[in-house]
Design a binder for this molecule. Structure first.
Ligand SMILES: Nc1nc2c(c(=O)[nH]1)N[C@H]1C(S)=C(S)[C@@H](COP(=O)(O)O)O[C@H]1N2
Ligand SMILES: [Mo]
Length: 447
């Protein structure tokens, strides 16, 4: 956590926003100084002039104008390990589990570091992970996908056969239904990585599932539902309504961000069900069964149901409603100085495109229209931003998204009126980050 926080502070403070004291402080921090030590250094450095800061930049070298080693010497040769890695200076940007959340690492979650990412695409190595029974690196030459049930000719496909078919590539978000699930009652976790990090976005490549159903001669009149099953030990099975499939949106995917899926994300085959909660995106996909009614499997009856205030459970609420979050400034980061900041975040909707995002810096009293960065795509993350000049006083930052159906993201009061406080899944409330007078940013809830 401390690491993620430090990363956030560095990210939030590009050097051109900083005064001399700020530069000295960031450099101390980059050298690995401890946090309380830094506080002292900050105060002491406050008197440092710009010239002093320039000296600090020379790192003790009196000849500040000397060219750095990387401008004089010979750099490294072309790769021998064949697969590139991020800079060693980015080592803090990691997906992270939440300590104590689960008892084993096999039935667990790692959260994507949203505070450190730009644009809309999640690098594959930082994609969040959710496994119910551990992940596998399955031999693609031995993997098979069966299509059975209400079909004329049950079929078993090899990966090669699937990859010979016409494919499509599309950008979509995937969000676990339990994302933000720890925050139903009150504030529970400190940073956007943990409040919203069961969210990622990739370009997926695969075959429209409807193609495979047509090849098997599926009865699309009687067969109104499809069961998808994974090949891991969790017996992950989910019912998918046939309308989603015949619309051509659901993919049997093997590609993610231009290469094969990562093992953690379902290599060699996974279902992509745009707009629908992550659990239906079955990984290690091995069987598709066409049927005439929902299956009511364990992951549709015991888990992934919404506990309502009257004690009943809501089933099959699969679509991820419109939601947004400011990723910077966000919890655990620190504004190092007053002045200009670009508030930036992500918005998405399982029902279509993001139409509008408004941002408030006073806890929802006044709203300003944020800029949407294109392309704005269907069931995909959309990056928004808003210029802001921080005057050094406490502020309450919020974002509120509206989707192409006109649905407006609710605040916590509105959401709890309908859903109560004891649910796990589908918390899409407006997130609030409080900027303290000293620049620290904290997770808070206001209604
Ligand atoms: N076979 C299989 N598929 C699965 C799961 C699983 O445990 N096993 N977890 C599901 C859940 S709950 C989610 S949120 C997504 C997470 O996908 P990711 O690990 O690629 O982020 O996969 C879904 N598909
Ligand atoms: Mo999930």
């Amino acid at each position: 956590m401390g690491e993620a926080t430090r990363q956030g502070r560095l990210r939030k403070a590009p050097e051109h926003f900083l005064d001399a004291a700020g530069i000295a402080r960031v450099q101390e921090e980059a050298r690995g100084g401890r946090r309380d030590f830094l506080r002292g250094a900050f105060a002491a450095a406050a008197a440092v002039t710009a010239a002093g800061a320039a000296r600090a930049q020379g790192d003790g070298d009196p000849n500040i104008l000397q060219l750095p080693e990387h401008s004089r010497g010979l750099g490294q040769g072309v790769a021998t390990d064949g697969y590139g890695k991020p800079s060693k200076y980015e080592a803090n940007v990691q997906r992270r589990p939440s300590p104590g959340l689960t008892q084993t690492r096999q039935a667990s979650v790692s959260f994507a570091p949203l505070q450190s990412l730009f644009g809309i695409v999640t690098p594959s190595g930082l994609h969040f992970e959710r496994h119910h029974q551990g992940w596998w690196d399955i031999d693609p030459t031995r993997h098979r996908l069966m299509v059975n049930g209400l079909v004329k000719t049950p079929k078993v496909f090899t990966l090669d056969e699937i990859m010979r078919l016409p494919s499509v590539s599309r950008f979509h978000f995937i969000e676990c239904g339990a994302n933000t699930g720890m925050e139903w009652g009150n504030v529970a976790v400190p940073s956007v990585q943990y409040t919203h990090g069961m969210l990622s976005c990739s370009e997926f490549t695969g075959v429209p599932l409807v193609t495979l159903l047509e090849m098997a001669g599926a009865d699309l009149k009687k067969g109104r539902f499809l069961l998808a099953e994974g090949a891991d030990g969790s017996s992950m099975t989910r019912t998918i309504p046939m309308e989603l499939i015949t619309s051509g949106q659901v993919l049997v995917a093997y590609g993610q961000n231009g290469e094969m899926l990562r093992p953690e994300n379902g290599y060699p085959l996974r279902l992509v069900v745009p707009g629908v909660q992550g659990v239906s995106w079955v990984k290690y996909l091995r069987r598709l069964e066409v049927g005439d009614q929902p299956w009511a499997t364990k992951d549709e009856t015991v888990h992934y149901v919404d506990l309502m205030p009257d004690g009943t459970h809501r089933q099959y609420t699969s679509i991820q409603e419109c939601k947004s979050v400011i990723t910077t400034p966000s919890g655990g980061q620190q504004l190092l100085d007053r002045g200009f900041y670009s508030i930036s975040g992500l918005a998405w909707s399982g029902r279509g495109t993001v139409k509008q995002v408004d941002v408030s810096v006073d806890g929802g009293r006044n709203w300003r229209r944020a800029l949407l960065q294109g392309p704005v795509m269907d069931k995909c993350l959309t990056r928004f931003s808003l210029d802001w000049v921080w005057d050094g006083r406490p502020a309450l930052l919020q974002s509120r998204a509206v989707d192409s159906t006109g649905y407006v993201q609710p605040n916590y009061r509105q959401l709890r009126e309908v859903r109560g406080t004891r649910s796990i899944y589908h918390n899409n409330a407006i997130q609030t980050w409080k900027v303290e007078a000293n620049g620290e940013v904290r997770n808070v809830q206001v209604s």
